[in-house]
Unconditional design. Structure first.
Length: 206
């Protein structure tokens, strides 16, 4: 008897099943790679946006240092950093005067929804217990706040920088806020006369 060797290959059904499994695996791998590339691209764009926002805020600080605090609100939009190719990035910036609440609102006597430029509802919110100021503290605020209010509003400006860039079908953006303070505070009108009267009356001691 002669022995015969018999070779058996893959059937068409087995090949189709193997190809289907391989296709599913490749799709999953490619999807994860595309997702990783998108995440990396978003991270690089966010880093670049952060650097451009810093650059724009530095330009505003330099302008204020050279020209002084603006007397009126300023705003503009355009390139984020001078001399740098911003590509897809756009900046909107503004320098605004700080507006403090009146004495009644500062003590919590006004509307509870009143919010000043700093984002605080009232000075009473900073008192432990949240029950408001006591008699002496309230009197001190009533006496000093009208004097400090115009001085602070004259010396402080709020600088806002918003940078935006397209991200697919949407637009991503974030804001940077900084408060700029004058180096030399200006004197209030009649400040010396008021101080002289207070010294003469004995209400203020040197």
């Amino acid at each position: 008897m002669s022995a015969r060797t018999k070779t058996q290959g893959f059937t068409l059904l087995e090949v189709m099943v193997a190809m289907a499994i391989l296709s599913i695996g490749l799709v999953a791998i490619f999807s994860s790679e595309v997702g990783a590339m998108n995440i990396g691209l978003r991270a690089r764009r966010t880093d670049m946006a952060t650097l451009l926002a810093r650059c724009k805020m530095a330009e505003i600080e330099e302008h204020v240092a050279n020209q002084g605090l603006p007397a009126v609100d300023l705003s503009d939009a355009g390139e984020c950093c001078e001399g740098v190719d911003n590509l897809i990035y756009r900046c909107e910036w503004s320098v605004k005067r700080v507006v403090l609440p009146d004495v009644g609102d500062a003590l919590g006597a006004g509307d509870d929804e009143t919010v000043d430029t700093f984002g605080a509802a009232s000075l009473a919110d900073f008192v432990p217990g949240g029950t408001g100021l006591d008699g002496m503290s309230s009197l001190a605020v009533e006496l000093t706040f009208p004097i400090l209010k115009p001085l602070i509003e004259e010396q402080v400006r709020r600088a806002d920088v918003r940078i935006s860039w397209p991200e697919g079908d949407s637009v991503r953006s974030f804001d940077v806020v900084q408060f700029l303070v004058a180096e030399q505070p200006p004197k209030l009108p009649g400040e010396e006369e008021v101080l002289g009267e207070a010294l003469s009356e004995g209400t203020v001691t040197q």
